[in-house]
Design a protein around this ligand. Structure first.
Ligand code: PMP
Length: 427
């Protein structure tokens, strides 16, 4: 009998990324834990970003999904369904965007694609400003605004993209600058770029870069950008696929760390909104959302089953103040990880906000990124019963930690300890 991995190789494209030398086959989950096909249990320090925002097998979401599945699964945006309208109303209000409209998709890629469709049509331009080291998805348009070269596999593009500084500053000429001078330098870079471009439609940015290695610019950067963009009529798209729903602890959306600038013109969301069910979407001001002059539908966007999951998940995380939990437990976790990191010469930096924490690895005694060490720590953590992620620029040397938002203090402490052992064993 052929193993699942061999069967997977036979049907899947070679470019599909897969973690671990011996890929992990998950069978079930509960709370902050998942189990593999061999019965091993893992504390899940990455599933919160992947899909499971709140907790695995959250009874409230399971109940909402199964009840709705028993009533009606059929839908397309050609018909109305109550959970879709209710979730749209709640997200419109939460977005902070005045007179907001919501369109549901099934992924972050499709959400960003829709945002680009709107921005380019609204502005009559296919020129897009994006951030260096960014990741926005895997469609033709999303890869062409992805600055992280290891995830933008083609140089062909339907858009003309110009990359702006600001998303990451841990290396290069900007590394030594204070927050204030960093912001000034990035604004000057943007102004310089706009001095010799025609008419960009929008700037798209992740408030904290996710795939790029959990790097956050100083608060206020996008407020400063906003002033420049407004002078040129350029829209601001905030890609909140990883930062939305309170993950960063201090704010419900990542853009709120730059609040002086007010809300973005367009906001995209996805990943854990449905606690594992496929929901993505776009929120925009009515004049932007309504600028298209032909009809369109989404067959699966806004499906009542996924919308029921989204509503149940949103209610749960608001009622249980999981944003506050991300701030409190995330604060403690980053402290513990800094203590653990201080004992390892391979750790260059432990950074993050709320439950979005990155640990950057280097070859000891140098400033050289160490992707092999990151891969080895991932394996060692798995052996210790902990799942984490990795990311960063093309060198993929950052360990990424993003547990479900219901993480407890005891689990944070346990995970930090396992990670400390993994760092010790693998670097
Ligand atoms: N934007 C960001 C910031 C992301 O992190 C991702 C997924 N890693 C996407 C967009 C694409 O989302 P999806 O995989 O659901 O298409």
């Amino acid at each position: 009998m052929t193993g699942l991995h061999e069967r997977h190789l036979a049907v899947s494209p070679a470019w599909l990324a897969l973690y671990y030398r011996h890929p992990l086959e998950l069978t079930h989950g509960e709370g902050r834990h998942v189990w593999d096909a061999d019965g091993n249990r893992y504390l899940d320090f990455f599933g919160g970003i992947l899909t499971t925002m709140t907790a695995h097998a959250l009874p409230e979401v399971t109940k909402a999904v199964s009840e709705q599945a028993g009533r009606l699964i059929h839908s397309s945006t050609l018909y109305l369904n109550r959970p879709m309208v209710e979730l749209a109303e709640r997200i419109a209000t939460l977005s902070g965007i005045p007179d907001a409209r919501v369109f549901f998709t099934t992924s972050g890629t499709e959400a960003n694609d829709t945002a680009l469709l709107l921005a380019t049509a609204y502005r009559g331009s296919n020129q897009i400003l994006a951030m260096r080291n960014s990741y926005h998805g895997r469609s033709f348009s999303a890869v062409s605004i992805t600055g992280n070269t290891s995830w933008s596999p083609t140089s062909l593009s339907p858009l003309q993209t110009l990359y702006v500084h600001g998303g990451v500053r841990s290396r290069g000429p900007y590394a030594e600058l204070s927050d204030e001078h960093f912001i000034k330098a990035c604004v000057a870079d943007l102004e310089d770029l706009l001095g010799h471009t025609r008419n960009p439609a929008a700037l798209i940015a992740e408030p904290v870069q996710g795939v790029g290695g959990f790097t956050a610019p100083p608060d206020g950067l996008y407020a400063a950008f906003r002033e420049v963009l407004d002078r040129h009529g350029i829209l601001w798209i905030s890609d909140e696929v990883q930062t939305g729903w309170g993950r960063t602890g201090d704010h419900f959306w990542g853009w709120q760390a730059h609040a002086a600038s007010g809300p973005p013109d367009i906001l995209t969301f996805a990943k854990g909104i449905g606690n594992g069910m496929s929901i993505g979407g776009v929120v925009a001001r009515a004049d932007v959302m309504n600028c298209l002059d032909a009809k369109s539908i989404s067959t699966f966007g806004g499906s009542p089953v996924t919308m029921a999951a989204g509503l149940a998940n949103l209610s749960y995380l608001l009622e249980h103040d999981l944003q506050g939990n991300a701030r409190r437990v995330g604060g403690l976790l980053i402290e513990r990880l800094r203590a653990v990191g201080a004992r390892s010469p391979a750790v260059r930096e432990v950074r993050g906000r709320g439950l979005m924490i990155g640990i950057e690895l280097v070859k000891p005694g140098t400033d050289e990124a160490d992707p092999e060490a990151a891969a080895a720590v991932l394996e060692a953590a798995r052996a210790g019963g902990l799942l984490i992620g990795k990311g960063g620029g093309h060198d993929t040397s950052v360990l990424r930690i993003a547990p479900p938002l219901s993480l407890t203090v005891a689990e944070a402490e346990e995970g930090a300890e396992i990670l400390g052992e993994a760092l010790h064993a693998a670097t």
